[in-house]
Design a protein around this ligand. Structure first.
Ligand code: ADP
Ligand code: MG
Length: 359
């Protein structure tokens, strides 16, 4: 299937946006803190043309699903809510958006924590910007995408995913201050690259766990009399809090400090140590790990050529990210073998050997 098969004519334009993986700075973005994502090679492409009737028509090649929006006052569910949300936030920003044919195709795995949702939003907004020559910049694209996800897809997300998809590339790490949106493009530590492995454990508790941690952080900030936990630099301050707020806050404070240390420039070894410390903190203080993620991280940390590893994303399942020495491609398959021998069904997400071999 392609655009022409579905919509009976050629598309006018197309735009893409990548997925992302966060190397350090987990559960910090809703605390106004610091993050270090990078773009992954997999991306989402959106093709557009003007619709011939008064309705929007969306098609996802991945889901093989077609949706027509009959009533613009009724938000659709599923993937259409992300695309529809992007159109609606543009309208609220004052732009006139005609009815559109939208064709979505993606190599970003969905629901694995590599942010296929932000890639979909950013690609959609980029495509509409191009089609209608809208004067919006990449930061505004990220902000509109976040609004679409919160208000139309109903996901209470921070700004990291959309900023990463809109502003990061695969060759650099993006430092982002999620409060001020100040950012800096950093090189990877000398001769390193990333490895992302899915644990095969679905993130079933992720939404409820995520909302609970958000509430705990808010409570901790109130207790400490600050706007957000980002305003605390010294982890000792968190000791005055009751259980478990003390540990939740300690994770956020130490995690922010780990990201700030990277900003000063660190060796691959030190970067890896900070990732390992991040995992320990997410496991013991923030309590968002599960045995499968701990097992996978342990195997990664013991493997030659791996500088450090941790769970990435909200936790409760999903993927792990590792910093590895360049040219150690065998590392990925070795780790996967050991992990699967422990009774799990993992999957290498980055590098995507199929995509890389085809290229
Ligand atoms: P993640 O962003 O980590 O991949 P989410 O649950 O936030 O996971 O977003 C996944 C959802 O985004 C999917 O369930 C789907 O609704 C939507 N989505 C993302 N990419 C596509 C795509 N290519 N086609 C259709 N829907 C997509
Ligand atoms: Mg998402």
């Amino acid at each position: 299937m392609n655009f022409q098969h579905i919509f009976g004519k050629l598309s006018e334009i197309q735009a893409s946006a990548p997925g992302r993986v966060n190397l350090l700075g987990e559960h910090t973005d809703y605390n106004d803190g610091f993050v270090l994502p990078t773009a992954i090679p997999q991306h989402t492409t959106v093709q557009l043309s003007f619709s011939d009737d008064a309705q929007h028509h969306f098609y996802s090649e991945n889901l093989q699903e077609r949706v027509s929006i009959l009533d613009i006052h009724h938000t659709p569910s599923g993937f259409a809510s992300y695309v529809f949300g992007c159109i609606e936030v543009l309208k609220q920003a004052g732009y006139t958006i005609p009815s559109l044919n939208v064709y979505v195709q993606s190599s970003v795995p969905m629901g694995s924590g590599l942010s296929s949702s932000a890639a979909l939003e950013v690609a959609t907004l980029r495509a509409i910007r191009q089609l209608l020559h809208l004067p919006i910049d990449d930061v505004e694209i990220a902000q509109l995408a976040q609004q679409a996800e919160i208000h139309y897809a109903g996901v209470q997300c921070g700004i990291m995913d959309q900023m990463a998809s809109s502003l990061a590339d695969t060759q650099h790490i993006l430092f982002l201050d999620t409060r001020t949106l100040e950012r800096r493009v950093l090189p990877f530590p000398n001769k390193t690259t990333i490895l992302v492995i899915d644990s095969g454990v679905p993130r079933t508790l992720a939404t409820s766990g995520y909302n609970q941690r958000r509430a705990e952080c808010q409570e901790a900030a109130q207790f400490l009399g600050v706007k957000a936990l980002r305003d605390i630099n010294d982890a000792k301050v968190t000791e005055t809090l009751p259980e478990p707020l003390n540990r939740r806050a300690r994770h956020v404070v130490t995690e922010n400090n780990r990201v700030l240390e990277v900003l000063q420039g660190v060796t691959p070894k030190r970067f890896g140590e900070l990732m390992n410390a991040s995992h320990t903190s997410l496991r013991d203080d923030y309590e968002v790990s599960v045995p499968a993620l701990d097992t996978l991280v342990q195997i990664l940390q013991k493997t030659a050529g791996v500088f450090g590893a941790r769970l990435t994303g909200a936790g409760f399942g999903g993927a792990c990210v590792a910093l590895v020495a360049l040219g150690e491609e065998k590392t990925a398959t070795q780790v996967l073998e050991q992990y699967n021998d422990a009774g799990y069904t993992g999957q290498i997400l980055v590098p995507d050997f199929e995509v890389n071999h085809a290229a």
